[in-house]
Design a protein around this ligand. Structure first.
Ligand SMILES: Cc1cc2nc3c(=O)[nH]c(=O)nc-3n(C[C@H](O)[C@H](O)[C@H](O)COP(=O)(O)OP(=O)(O)OC[C@H]3O[C@@H](n4cnc5c(N)ncnc54)[C@H](O)[C@@H]3O)c2cc1C
Length: 422
């Protein structure tokens, strides 16, 4: 069996490992634009100079030899012929497959801002090359602007501030991390960032990059007319699935490649996993992109198993499950985190160092934010995932795993099922 995997990151590497575990003799080839294996979640450590690029590798040193995998590194996939079952690479190279996994992830979305294309010191933050380039640019300026206050934007702001730059974050929402946090939790972080030379503009958009005659960045102009002086700009305004090479194929696409719970696409023998695809999200029950690292790993493993003919369905698939730590303050959020609707009930606990919010609907937890003390996050996550009915929501902040254990008739202990909650 000839397996070809496009992409050498969370989804692709985990799929390859799974295939090799299940099929010791199959021929596995990974193709990637990436020339190194690294965790994108750790790119900000390269910017803050806390780690060298080689120190963010997430696979074993000898991964490809150990698992007997052929890696075509630094190769771009340009096209796919589903009739011929071939993939077209740079330099007119064609490789054939019996089973194909598309795990090409996503790229930074670059919004249409005046002068952005011409500017020299504008960067997305997606690849190791971006982090290395930001590093170089940061040596020649004392001020940076970050467009977008999502997780990637705040990672970038944190790293740049850490190495002594004055940073300004521009965000269209009214607070940072709008997909992960509510205003209260976000403002705790905002205060810490401000104490560390990070400034913010909320409900603002960037309309123009000001350049000198050599196209060096000199600042940004906001919609309000405000001008922010800077020598480099990081654009963290969302991502788009890498699917250009699927043009003219019959692989069905929505916001990403459409897959079923086996990670199968609309074309037989072609699978997709990770940021590149859209799938049913566990918290919301809706089909969406799930662009987080743990989901890419699980989807990759699921795809790998099915490619090796061991049927496996994706059981848990989160887009909205995030953990973060800035300036020593830990937060974990699950599912809905914003304003609860009129049918939902919100329970809040707050003291000097902690903020906890749980949103209930129809007796089950729909979302949670735990900030400060996150020790109960394992339990809350399990309750959310299992849609466990909670009979006494008002006691949620005092509950432990012990509250949810039941004993079966045979004496065995089990995590409480929905009918047996106490
Ligand atoms: C700065 C940053 C911070 C993040 N922080 C977190 C975090 O804290 N927590 C979290 O859960 N998630 C985080 N994420 C998201 C997480 O990194 C992604 O969800 C994850 O990397 C997705 O993995 P993937 O395998 O689907 O795709 P990717 O990691 O995007 O990898 C795609 C692979 O496909 C290759 N490729 C793409 N196009 C082609 C082509 N045409 N031809 C050949 N190869 C191609 C690439 O070279 C790469 O090897 C972060 C992302 C970034 C960028």
């Amino acid at each position: 069996m000839k397996y070809v995997i496009l992409g050498a990151s969370a989804a692709g590497i985990n799929a390859a490992k799974t295939i090799r575990e299940l099929d010791p003799n199959g021929e596995i080839t990974i193709v990637s634009k990436d020339k190194a294996i690294y965790s994108r979640c750790m790119l900000h450590h390269v910017i803050s100079q806390g780690r060298q690029p080689r120190e963010i590798n997430f696979a074993e040193e000898n991964f490809f030899e150990k698992y007997n995998i052929n890696w075509l590194a630094g190769q771009e996939v340009l096209g796919l012929n589903t009739e011929e079952k071939t993939v077209l690479l740079t330099g007119d190279l064609k490789i054939s497959y019996d089973r194909l996994l598309i795990a090409t992830g996503s790229s930074s979305f670059i919004p249409p801002i005046k002068n952005l294309a011409a500017a020299k010191q504008i960067f997305g933050l997606r690849n190791i090359e971006d982090a290395v380039a930001v590093n170089l640019a940061a040596e020649n300026t004392g001020a940076a602007v970050v467009i977008g206050a999502g997780l990637i934007g705040m990672d970038a702001a944190y790293a740049l501030a850490d190495r002594g730059l004055e940073v300004t974050v521009i965000e269209t929402a009214e607070h940072i991390l709008p997909l992960q946090l509510d205003k209260t939790a976000a403002q705790k972080y905002e205060k810490l960032f401000r104490q560390n030379a990070v400034n913010f503009f909320f409900k603002e958009t960037t309309v123009e990059i000001k350049l000198d005659q050599d196209n060096n960045v000199r600042g940004v102009v906001l919609q309000s007319g405000a001008f922010v002086h800077c020598g480099l700009v990081i654009v963290a305004a969302g991502v788009r699935s890498n699917i250009e090479f699927l043009k003219n194929t019959n692989v069905k696409i929505g916001r990403g490649i459409q897959v079923n719970s086996y990670q199968e696409t609309s074309v037989p023998n072609i699978y997709a996993a990770g940021d590149v695809c859209e799938s049913t999200e566990t918290f919301t029950g809706q089909v969406s992109l799930t662009p987080i690292w743990p989901s890419a790993i699980l989807q990759g493993r699921t795809a790998g198993s099915n490619m090796a003919a061991i049927p496996r369905q994706l059981e848990i698939n989160f887009a909205f499950k995030n953990s973060m730590t800035f300036y020593g303050l830990h937060t974990i959020s699950f599912g809905l985190t914003g304003q609860a609707d009129s049918d939902s009930k919100e329970l809040i606990y707050q003291d000097a160092g902690n903020y906890k919010k749980i949103i209930f609907k129809d007796g089950v937890i729909k979302g949670a934010i735990l900030q400060g003390d996150i020790s109960n996050s394992g339990l809350i996550g399990k309750l959310v995932q299992d849609k466990t009915k909670i009979s006494h929501p008002e006691q949620i902040f005092n509950m432990t795993y012990a509250n949810f254990f039941a004993q079966k008739e045979n004496g065995e202990f089990c995590f409480a099922c929905n009918d047996n909650c106490h």
